[in-house]
Design a protein around this ligand. Structure first.
Ligand code: BTN
Length: 247
């Protein structure tokens, strides 16, 4: 039997904001679970490791999904990975050869097209989860060149402009379904597909201070690195670099 769980997502559209993640954190106590806040532009868009996220007006998706959870379940650690997974699934449905750079970057031809920034807000009995997603959609080459790492956009890859709102609701609907599976069964149901879409699999990589071969992603969503000693090291956070990558 196939059944669908429909979670209603409220949308809030902002014209200009510093960062949709900042806005959501500031308004968290007034927001319904689940609310997606999107902005036309961000004046101080943030990436992981306090990096800037280039957010020119009207060209890309800058959005933050807010929802609450009871307590602090262990799967919170996987939420960013799952948002990147859901986005990759939608891009693949649209025929893009999207890959996942663990933990939550989305690549096309090894260039970054999207990223996820997950933060939390603690309430007395609940946890507010703030999942920001940036996806380069209609940004052109001159702006992509201003990004401090190899980057692309959907339009730069395929030559066609995309409807931002339509794409965003597809990603959010898919994430709502994936989240519900994560809540019921943990990361394990995603492991095989995540590994099939994983960038750098079998390649020599560095993550933090650890160097090894990217063996894959574990059933808990950790990076499985094969060390020169033959031992496996499982990492739960960090950033992958390869010798060919410009930093
Ligand atoms: C990364 O890859 O480093 C994460 C990038 C996340 C960017 C998005 S854009 C919407 C939301 N608001 C922010 O300031 N950042 C996230």
């Amino acid at each position: 039997m196939v059944y669908y769980i429909h979670m209603t997502i409220d949308y809030i559209h902002l014209t200009t904001v510093d960062s949709t993640n900042n806005w959501v954190k500031a308004h968290a106590s007034d927001l319904k679970s689940m609310t997606c806040v999107m902005a036309e532009e961000q004046t101080a868009g943030r990436g992981r490791f306090s990096r800037q996220w280039l957010s020119p007006r009207g060209l890309n998706i800058y959005a933050t999904l807010y929802f609450t959870l009871e307590g602090h379940p262990s799967y919170v650690a996987n939420i960013g990975e799952i948002m990147a997974f859901s986005c990759t699934a939608i891009l693949r449905n649209e025929q893009f050869p999207a890959h996942l750079k663990w933990p939550n970057d989305i690549l096309i031809e090894k260039k970054k097209v999207g990223g996820v920034l997950t933060e939390t807000v603690a309430f007395e009995k609940q946890l507010g989860v703030v999942v920001g997603i940036g996806l380069n959609v209609n940004m052109e080459a001159n702006l992509l060149d201003q990004i401090d790492q190899p980057a692309t956009s959907l339009a730069a890859y395929c030559g066609k402009k995309w409807d931002l709102q339509k794409l965003l609701s597809q990603i959010m609907d898919r994430f709502a379904q994936d989240l519900s599976l994560l809540q019921k069964r943990g990361f394990q149901p995603f492991q095989e597909q995540f590994n099939a879409w994983l960038a750098y699999k079998g390649e020599k990589i560095v993550c933090g201070a650890v160097q090894g071969i990217c063996h894959g992603i574990s059933s808990e969503g950790k990076l499985d690195l094969l060390l020169p000693s033959g031992e496996h090291r499982f990492l739960s956070s960090g950033e992958i670099t390869t010798s060919s990558q410009k930093q």
